[in-house]
Design a protein around this ligand. Structure first.
Ligand code: AMP
Length: 172
């Protein structure tokens, strides 16, 4: 148990009945907790040569931008449809009911850039795998994926099909 884990709060039945939402806003609001969480997320990647952190909208932006500064890299956003202003590549992925898509600017990364994918929570893994696909389509070299929280029961690790390490700071 870390001294900041209690700052991640469970909110039952959000956004839908039956889902227990991991709310990181109390952690973000706590100076020492936020700093310790970012340090813990950064630790496994300190020896990697990285050019950019690729963060997924929207909590992946907050953690990813802080990690980019901690790891001395740039930051590249992966966003929901209709948000990025210039030309994008899009990747569709399955949700429990239906599908969604994620976008990245077509010129966001130079060929061969070494990147780390970042999001707050790994549930089924579909979101991070879609971000992986986008980075690979831009011919980036993906060093790994980092999440603050992994939800074991949702099977994201069992379904993890990308040939890169996946690091979770906390597991529930
Ligand atoms: P998945 O694609 O199923 O791995 O879902 C991961 C995405 O959904 C991440 O961007 C998370 O922010 C969000 N997410 C899924 N489940 C939860 C949860 N229980 N609490 C907070 N965020 C979640």
């Amino acid at each position: 148990m870390t001294h900041w884990q209690h700052l991640i709060r469970d909110v039952p039945d959000f956004p839908k009945p039956g889902i227990v939402f991991k709310d990181i806003t109390p952690l973000l609001a706590d100076r020492d907790g936020f700093a310790a969480a970012i340090e813990a997320m950064a630790a496994p990647w300190r020896e990697e040569r990285l050019d950019a952190v690729v963060g997924i909208e929207s909590r992946g932006f907050i953690l990813g931008a802080a990690l980019a500064l901690a790891l001395d890299t740039g930051f590249v956003p992966v966003r929901k449809p209709g948000k990025l202003p210039a030309r994008t590549l899009s990747q569709t992925y399955a949700l429990e009911y239906g599908s969604d898509s994620l976008h990245i600017h077509a010129d966001a990364l130079p060929v061969g850039a070494r990147v780390l994918l970042v999001d707050d929570v790994l549930a089924t893994g579909g979101t991070l795998l879609a971000a992986y696909a986008l980075a690979r389509r831009l011919e980036a070299e993906v060093a790994g994926a980092a999440v603050l929280v992994e939800l074991d029961a949702l099977g994201g690790r069992a379904r993890w099909s990308a040939p890169i390490p996946l690091e979770a700071t906390l597991r529930y």
